[in-house]
Design a protein around this ligand. Structure first.
Ligand code: ASP
Length: 330
């Protein structure tokens, strides 16, 4: 009788011998973009492209049949939550949705470690969004199943950064040598915290345009500088718009302000209109993690350079790739 020997953390039981490139992700958490190398990104994007092809050709298939995802959202979400659900279901798996923690035992005071330990009894992977920075890492400490950070307060949103980068590559065919301008709430916006960090793997120039009180946190600027990133800060878009290849617009994060008067004072500072687009390069793309609440006028939507709807579609393919990888099937 042979006894069952569980695969080691780096060895997927499902992958054919000789194709273990994605095996390093098997059973792993996805907590921060800092865990990825350029080589990893290339691999993830290769899998995401295959997912895009498969969805286009056949829609739903059985790669993760029998696997279960717990989608644990302590904060509102439309795209992240539904794209993870769609990703799991397109791969043939199923989902335990906990979108409204008010109706779960969390409202009885259950701690995050206990909630996570519960869910991993029923699921193979847990996606978590939480208002506190570091919460995904805390969950990962207590879970033995993979934890995927879907936004931890003002901290990080690594799967968003991956899909943002995937969009840039799909739209412009490269990342190196681009000038990327991040606009809006750079203080509280976790998507720009993750994307700027991920971009340190490439040779780009980063411009930050924000109201004074919403500047990119100094500790992130210092972190990026130590990795050689060229960065510049502005309080208007005018000096940089004509030199920008990617304009990454963000929402002012109303829910993070302690003082609502401060929010009111900055909320409509930047609005991308057709007139702003007139000053931009013909090949520039406009991105936004969405939701938008007035930062991009709807008249811009028909401009071929408006990439934000294509960007959210990328989320499906990148999240399919990540789920397949952490579950040892890619
Ligand atoms: N959906 C993104 C996030 O969860 C961006 C936003 O909410 O403004 O961070």
């Amino acid at each position: 009788m042979t006894s069952y020997i569980p695969p080691s953390k780096n060895q997927s039981p499902y992958l054919p011998f000789g194709d273990q490139r994605g095996a390093q992700f098997y059973g792993k958490d996805i907590l921060s973009v800092n865990q990825f190398s350029r080589h990893d990104i290339e691999y993830i994007f290769g899998v995401a492209k295959e997912m895009r092809e498969m969805v286009t050709r056949i829609g739903t298939f059985d790669l993760l049949k029998g696997k279960i995802l717990a989608n644990l959202f302590y904060e509102p979400s439309t795209r992240t939550s539904s794209s993870f659900t769609s990703a799991m279901e397109r791969l043939g798996g199923s989902v335990i949705p906990i979108n409204e923690v008010r109706y779960s035992s969390v409202s009885k005071g259950e701690s995050l470690p206990d909630t996570v330990r519960t869910l991993e009894c029923y699921a193979d992977v847990i996606v978590i969004r939480h208002p506190e920075m570091g919460s995904a890492a805390l969950a990962a400490k207590y879970a033995s199943k993979p934890i995927i950070n879907a936004g931890d307060g003002v901290g990080e949103h690594p799967t968003q950064a991956l899909l943002d980068l995937f969009t840039i590559v799909s739209e412009l065919g490269k990342v190196d040598e681009l000038t990327i301008t991040m606009l809006g709430d750079l203080k509280y916006g976790r998507t720009v915290h993750s994307l700027s960090r991920l971009l340190t793997l490439f040779k780009v120039k980063l411009n930050y345009v924000s109201p004074e009180i919403l500047r990119m946190p100094p500790e992130i600027i210092t972190e990026l500088k130590s990795k050689g990133m060229v960065q510049a800060e502005y309080n208007t878009l005018d000096p940089v718009i004509s030199k920008t290849d990617v304009l990454y617009v963000t929402r002012v994060q109303k829910e993070r302000f302690e003082n609502q008067d401060d929010y009111e004072s900055v909320k409509g500072t930047f609005v991308i209109t057709p007139e702003v687009m007139d000053q931009a390069k013909d090949k520039m793309i406009v991105m936004h993690p969405l939701p938008r609440v007035g930062e991009i006028a709807m008249e811009v939507d028909d401009d071929p350079r408006a990439a934000y709807f294509r960007q959210m579609e990328s989320g499906l393919y990148v999240r399919m790739a990540l789920l397949a990888m952490v579950l040892g099937k890619a």
